[in-house]
Design a protein around this ligand. Structure first.
Ligand SMILES: Cc1cc2nc3c(=O)[nH]c(=O)nc-3n(C[C@H](O)[C@H](O)[C@H](O)COP(=O)(O)OP(=O)(O)OC[C@H]3O[C@@H](n4cnc5c(N)ncnc54)[C@H](O)[C@@H]3O)c2cc1C
Length: 421
């Protein structure tokens, strides 16, 4: 016999974009469901991030008419990629194939995540801020008891599904004894905010600037313009390289600041430097079917290994989980529903993730980076494809591989003259 504990249909640990969107999705699919959302932080809370959100996040918000939370935000119009030897290309964000809007915003996570969490609150989700997940136990009927606590209180709940959306250091994932990503399949990155009164002038427009293999060998740096003079800057490298080369993440950031200043960008008031891990989707955990527990977002290693983007994939996972389970919560088929979510997510993104992992390998070589940027600067198809890997769900088909391999083999001059014709 259970103690008198509050009962939930779904209890979600972690109120970042993945967890909050799962909660919003369940409530929109069936407003009668009792959904709980727990986070150890009090919101608004900061999260180390590049703050860039693309067409996928906009679609995820539009699904339940929530895109109004982006109103008034300035849109980014292009990307600028730099490689070694100062090879650079600026490209407008192409019309992506799988989404309605080809729009990119840069919104500090302290604001964005709070706005998404507010949508969950408005939808009627019970939110417990400032409470940490402590432990769970599974009962014979597969329902789950969960303990959470803050400095003053210990609470216990009973739920039909437990969702782990507790980020890159997920305690729920550890409790399930899933292996963490190896050093090869994760990156470490540092983010800082600066004020730059002339960034838009230097680049002529609101552009996302990426720098590959320049301030950090085998890594990439970014400068993303937000509202006013606010610029989000940062740099990331795979953990395997970080450890092997005994790198210092703060030094890498200093190098990048010098690099930006070298391009004429005024850098003022560097603040809020914060580093964090990015578990790449090139290695994802397999589910333990003994428990009605589902992982979403960084807790389930869903970050794009090429771009470092993770907000969209986490939000989409939250929706797909809700879609596959919201109407079977009173049946014994919950576990199959969680499996269907996993399968649908994997089927949709496997080739895309694989292509991005391959692109990451290519971009880890300074030589190949230079070659790719030379090709892309002469060939609109290639640069559009690179930008679609970053912002959409593009993947390499055999035809695509052959086309790109052919371009890699052609001498640059010949490629230029072919592209002009
Ligand atoms: C430096 C950097 C730059 C990045 N840039 C981008 C970018 O520009 N665009 C992009 O799309 N992605 C980017 N990412 C990835 C992105 O930040 C993550 O993929 C995204 O935050 C994942 O969302 P999530 O909801 O899964 O996890 P999170 O956003 O990490 O949320 C997890 C939540 O769980 C809570 N939590 C953790 N442990 C517990 C516990 N024990 N009990 C209760 N609550 C708990 C945390 O407080 C947190 O609120 C970047 C990542 C890094 C590190």
């Amino acid at each position: 016999m259970q103690k008198n504990v509050k009962k939930y249909d779904v209890l979600i640990i972690g109120a970042g974009p993945a967890g909050a969107n799962a909660a919003i999705s369940y409530k929109n699919l069936n407003p009668n469901l009792v959904i709980g959302l727990v986070d150890k932080s009090l919101f608004p809370r900061d999260k180390s991030c590049g703050d860039a959100i693309g067409p996928g996040v906009i679609s995820a918000l539009k699904r339940f008419n929530n895109e109004h939370i982006l109103e008034g935000e300035p849109q980014v119009v292009s990307t600028t990629l730099y490689g070694p030897d100062n090879i650079g290309i600026q490209n407008y964000i192409p019309q992506v194939k799988n989404k309605e809007d080809s729009i990119v915003y840069v919104i500090p996570r302290i604001d964005l995540d709070n706005r998404i969490l507010n949508l969950a609150k408005e939808a009627g989700v019970d939110v417990y801020e400032g409470f940490s997940f402590v432990d769970f136990t599974s009962n014979e009927d597969k329902s789950i008891n969960i303990k959470i606590k803050n400095d003053n209180e210990d609470l216990e709940f009973l739920t039909k599904i437990l969702v782990g959306a507790d980020g890159a250091n997920s305690r729920i994932r550890k409790k399930l004894k899933y292996e963490p990503n190896s050093d090869w399949h994760k990156a470490i990155a540092i983010r800082a905010y600066i004020d730059s009164p002339n960034y838009l002038e230097i680049f002529n427009e609101r552009t996302l600037m990426f720098e590959i293999n320049v301030s950090a060998d085998k890594g990439y740096a970014w400068a993303f313009p937000s509202k006013g003079n606010l610029l989000n800057i940062g740099i990331g490298v795979p953990v395997s390289i970080f450890k092997k080369d005994k790198l210092d993440i703060n030094k890498l950031l200093d190098n990048f600041v010098l690099e930006l200043e070298g391009r004429g960008v005024v850098v003022e008031n560097i603040r809020k430097q914060k580093s964090y891990l990015l578990p790449f989707a090139s290695s994802r955990p397999k589910r333990n079917k003994d428990f009605n527990v589902a992982l979403i977002g960084d807790a389930s290693s869903m970050i794009n290994p090429m771009s470092g983007e993770g907000i969209f994939y986490g939000m989409e996972a939250g929706y797909l989980l809700a879609k596959n389970t919201y109407n079977i919560l009173d049946t014994e088929a919950i576990s199959q529903g969680i499996d269907r979510y996993e399968k649908e997510f994997t089927k949709r993104f496997r080739k895309h993730y694989l292509s991005c992992a391959l692109a990451r390998l290519i971009l880890q070589s300074p030589f190949m980076t230079k070659r790719l940027l030379r090709i892309a600067s002469n060939d609109q198809d290639t640069i559009d494809f690179v930008v679609e890997l970053l912002f959409d769900e593009a993947y390499l088909t055999i035809k695509e591989v052959v086309k790109i391999a052919y371009k890699f083999l052609l001498p640059s001059k010949l490629l230029t003259s072919l592209s002009k014709n």
